[in-house]
Every structure is written in C-alpha cells, then in structure tokens.
Design a protein around this ligand. Structure first.
Ligand SMILES: Cc1cc2nc3c(=O)[nH]c(=O)nc-3n(C[C@H](O)[C@H](O)[C@H](O)COP(=O)(O)OP(=O)(O)OC[C@H]3O[C@@H](n4cnc5c(N)ncnc54)[C@H](O)[C@@H]3O)c2cc1C
Length: 295
C-alpha cells in the first residue's frame, strides 16, 4: 500500500479545493471498493483520499414528480435497492444496485463510484444510460451536466477534469406505462465481472406500440455502449418477435468485443443479442405487472 493521507470534508467547495490543490494523485473516495483496491495494488498513484460521505448534498435519494429523480453521489447501493419507491419506479436501477458485489460491498459502494471507475463492464453504467441519467459535476470552474452516455471515454477513463467531482445523478420521471430491466451474464453464480451486461428502458402505448426505447450494453467495447439503433428498431412499432429480434440484432451489431479469459468475441456478440431480447421481454412483463422471466 502507498503512504496515503485521508481527509473527510464537510462541504462540496472544500472537497473541490482540496482536490484541486493536491493534484491528480488526490482521489475521491466514495465507497472505496474500487479505489482502495487500486491504490493498494499501485494501479493508481494515490497520495490522498478525499472521503465524500460526510457532505450532505451528496447523500440521499429524492424523487420530484415534476423534475425527476436525484441520487446523491455518496449514496450506498443498499439504500437504492431497499427503497420501495425505487423498486416501484426505477426497477432496473434496483437490478444493477443489488447485484454489484455482495452485501458488504453494497453497504459502501455507490452508483457514481461505479460510473467514475468507468470500467467497460461496470454493472450500473448501461442502466444509467438506458434511464437517461445525467451526471451533475462541480469543479474549480463551476458546474456542468454530462449525460451518462457521454461520460466514459475509455477503459478507466472519463470526462472528469482535475478537481471535478460528481455531485449527483439525475433521471427524468418515468413515463406512464414504462419500465426497465438490467441483466448480466456471468459464468457462475458468484461475485464476478460481467461477460456481457445489458439494460433496457421501454414505454408502450395502450395498443402495445413502443413509444420510447433505450438500450445499452456493457463488456463488449472499450466503454459501456448506448445503442441508439436498438431503440430506433422498436419505436413506433408493435412489440412482436420480429421487432424484438431486430432490436437484439442491433445490439449484437454494435458490440465490438475482445477475446479474453471470460469470453470469446463470438460468445459475447451472441450474449448481446440474448440479453437484449430478455431485457425487453422482462421490461414488458414489468409494465404489465407480471413476473420477470430471467434471474
Ligand atoms: C468484492 C467486490 C465485488 C465487486 N463486484 C462488482 C460487480 O459485481 N459489478 C461491478 O460493476 N463492480 C463490482 N465491484 C467494483 C466496485 O464495487 C463498484 O465499481 C462500485 O460501484 C464502486 O463504487 P465505490 O463508491 O466503492 O467507488 P470508489 O472506489 O470510492 O471510487 C471509484 C472511482 O471513482 C472515483 N469517484 C468516486 N466517486 C466520485 C465522485 N463523486 N466524483 C468523482 N469521482 C468519484 C474514485 O476516485 C475512484 O477513481 C466489486 C468490487 C469488489 C471489491
């Protein structure tokens, strides 16, 4: 382990100035479930941990029906999946939150930490994309909003500049008659990194016609991928086996995976298809109040 100092600021401005004054080896510590491991293994040069958990604006979950959902950057995963409102209105965020790590990890880890770690297989990122998430950022030069679809720029890399901190994630209020689903494939039923993951958010009208659809897939490219062509293959069409297959094909075509110890290119492209199809069908089951098919 490196010789790392630790501070726990109580305000956002204090956190931003500490980060700016201490340069790139000062690291935000949210849950610490990625950054402590990386610092210990010397995969990230780290001189200072800036713990954000005591900053009030960075904690909590708040839904305003007119403006949408805000999740503070320091909010642990377990508070997301234990919240009855989240289960009812944002089930795909609950899917992602409840399968990252195990109980111990979920007691500390955050959605924003998963996003800022910017791993290609991060299990919340496709969901944050499908749900139209926007990262609200504060830095030495002021505030800015970055849609999650534009946030990750490469494996472990993102748009954050020196001194910048993600304050919260914001999502629009779910449309009536809409729902979402996240699924991942792992080779065994233990904690593991996804071979492929996928999240879908879909809205139907009274005639079973899709009025809005967003799909995103992970572990198939250098960053998690939002796939606009997949949503376009569904919108304005009735939900049939053919339209679902066209959408799943769009996900398979968008995937540009690598071969590695977890899966081959062929298997990952196939999984992109399968998970897209299953998440669409499950999201529709949820809209209709039926049980989901896949676990
Ligand atoms: C046993 C174990 C199992 C795991 N299983 C999974 C899994 O199944 N799926 C999965 O996707 N991941 C998994 N992970 C990885 C990790 O738990 C997740 O990525 C988690 O969501 C990270 O959140 P955190 O709050 O702990 O992030 P931290 O470790 O605190 O931070 C991660 C990175 O983001 C930066 N950061 C954090 N918050 C902010 C902010 N507000 N503003 C700017 N930068 C910020 C940090 O500086 C750091 O670079 C696992 C880890 C462990 C140890």
């Amino acid at each position: 382990m490196q010789d790392v100092k630790y501070v726990k600021p109580k305000t956002l401005q204090e956190a931003v100035s500490i980060l700016k004054d201490n340069g790139p080896t000062a690291r935000v510590l949210a849950g610490g479930t990625d950054i402590i491991v990386m610092a210990r293994e010397r995969r990230r040069d780290t001189s200072l941990f800036v713990d954000i958990k005591a900053i009030p604006e960075m904690n909590g979950i708040h839904l305003d029906e007119s403006t949408g959902l805000t999740i503070g950057a320091a909010t642990p995963l377990y508070l997301c999946y234990r919240d009855p409102m989240m289960n009812q209105r944002f089930p795909s965020i609950v899917d992602s939150s409840s399968l990252i790590g195990g109980t111990a990890v979920q007691g500390r880890a955050t959605l924003v930490g998963n996003l800022c770690n910017s791993g290609p297989a991060g299990d919340s990122i496709p969901t944050l994309m499908a749900m139209e998430g926007v990262a609200h950022i504060l830095g030495p030069n002021g505030e800015r909003d970055v849609p999650v679809v534009d946030f990750c720029t490469g494996p472990g890399r993102n748009v954050l500049e020196l001194g910048e901190i993600v304050v919260n994630l914001h999502f629009p209020t779910p449309r009536p008659n809409s729902s979402g689903r996240f699924l991942r494939f792992i080779p065994r039923n233990e904690m593991d990194i996804a071979v492929v993951n996928c999240s879908t958010n879909i809205t139907l009208d009274a005639n079973n016609v899709v009025t809005h659809a967003r799909l995103a897939i992970g572990a198939v490219a250098a960053t998690p991928l939002f796939v606009p062509a997949a949503g376009e293959a569904l919108v304005g069409k009735a939900l049939t086996d053919e339209t679902i297959a066209a959408t799943a094909n769009a996900c398979r075509d968008a995937a540009t995976p690598i071969d590695d110890m977890r899966g081959s290119i062929r298997q990952r492209k196939h999984l992109a298809y399968v998970l897209a199809e299953r998440t669409i069908r499950d999201a529709v089951h949820r809209i209709r109040g039926e049980h989901t098919e896949w676990h």
